[in-house]
Design a protein. Sequence first.
Lengths: 287, 406
Amino acid sequence: MQALYAQLLVGLINGSFYALLSLGLAVIFGMLNIINFAHGALYMMGAFVAYFLLNLGGINYWWALLIAPVVVGVFGMILERTMLQWLAGLDHLYGLLLTFGIALIVQGVFQNYFGSSGLPYSIPDQLKGGVNLGFMFLPVYRGWVVIFSLVVCLATWFLIEKTQLGAYLRAATENPTLVRAFGINVPRMITLTYGLGVGLAALAGVLSAPINQVRPLMGADLIIVVFAVVVIGGMGSIMGSIITGFALGVIEGLTKYFYPEASNTVVFVLMVVVLLVKPTGLTGRAA
Amino acid sequence: MRNKISALLFGTAMALSVASIASADDKVVKIGVLSDQSGLYADLAGPGSTLAAQMAIEDSGLKAKGWTIDLISGDHQNKPDIGTTIARQWFDVDKVDTIVDVPNSGVALAVNNVVKEKNGVYINSGAATSDLTNAQCTPNTVHWTYDTYMLAHATGQALVKAGGDTWFFLTADYAFGAALERDTTAVVTANGGKVVGGVKHPLNTADFSSFLLQAQASKAKIIGLANAGGDTTNSIKQAAEFGIVKGGQKLAALLLFLTDVKAIGLETAQGLNFTETFYWDLNDNTRAFSKRFSEKMKSGAPPTMVQAGVYAGLLHYFKALDALGGNPHDGAKVVAKMKTIPTDDPLFGKGEVEANGRVTHDAYLFEVKKPSESKGPWDFYKLVGTVPGNQAFTPLDKSTCALLKK
């Protein structure tokens, strides 16, 4: 039983990465109608920016949490301005192919310079060590990841669903011409939204750098699972992607305990079931 | 009728004479380096293995003796189906004679069958499974560098003798992990130890916390990592995070490469015990080779033992070709020749190719240095012991290779 609690908690930790990443995807899909396959590569770039900041500039983890999402977010906005914006109104497939191509190029460039086995990035001193919870030894850093990402997820949800800015955004997705008639710069808003989604990916990258290796393919390994999470939660649903992210982390954690061999397929099995029963996803609305 | 027969005889005679001319002059050989060029084993083999093969061709001196040696490389992406497709195409279309490297035991065993079917030469350096020279041995295969039997015996025995008598395994869920766990379990139980549990994880797992918690709960003294590459580095890094080593349990990295230690960082990796058969800083010969190698590597990295094995294996292959004098296309014949010549190269020293295809050479027990002991960017290992070549690998009387039953 103790082991079960531990596995639940560990699942929650992984769930926070899924939630952060699928949230970014959901924001981008919901607002821009782009299936952003470059998300994994941008997540990886976030981790690499943290690595560079530390090793070249001596800038620590805490600053990296702030700087890396901004740097990668700006990179994302450049991508949106120079390439993605021309695909607006076309079939989803074009955006998917373009972003997939971008992901391959970015990963290839990083792999060319940094190899495949990864670079070390250690846990910041303030978050080293762990607490004995009785049923498990919880590393402080993992606890931090859960709390921090939960806060970020809820803040993003609040921003989009409850504020004036969010209302403009949602309106711009529904009817861009009308919103523009009110004097709002819609293209700029879309660019900033893409930047926000990408920044969330980069933030997840910085959070994962001390746990996993900083590797060029770290995003490629994760992105497929995250897409499954988005599909299960319902494409474009903000709260849906947050809840599904955490929930699937837990389910995966339990699988690792009861039948570890299936732990990397359980998410996809669930995806198939959800698609058969409710093709719009658990919280999605029919288009 | 008579015309027909004479035409037939004439044709046959012509064909035979062409063949004999070909055999006298045939000093053309083509080598394919089949490796993981972009995945989790790309740093420990991959492009570095191709470079090692090029260096072996240059150093062999065969070109001066009139040989033409071509080199191509391919990416098997860690998928057996892709590996065998490339191998078949190489033999059928590109006229490749010899395949080298092939990390990933799953791919290595699949390619093993193709090479036998096509009667090529297979010099494996990258794969770990000891099945290559046991149940699945062929007259076309030579296995260099290391195998699961060697890793299990060298590291496993040393740890059990030091008091680590209860084990829990984290095993990569494919041919290699299964073989390594099986061989290590045999050593542990033979030395009076006990395996209290284990868990099989999918290849290329990012998060090991669930598995590490199970290992922690098992209270085993030793947590044996029967995995490789990125899986091993992530396990070690996350084990430190969960306070496993501080809690009194010891990690046994059954297979650890130089590039893995680099990726973990000495801070976390220090004190790990493991076995390799090559290290760049072993002696003057290895240092000289590694210097030349790293100057040509884009990343500046010294060779891993897998890359060193590609070099040494090919050097020995070229010795056999030189001894044969030509006609290198009958793979079984070339491998038979390789088995008659004792191995002796600057990187692995003296040894032999045994009848089952296993190459014997010394194995070394290393310990990862403390950050304060390391004097350079790749100064990672302290030598703590040597296992002589004739004790490191499967004894012939225990090998299940069918070639030995005559």
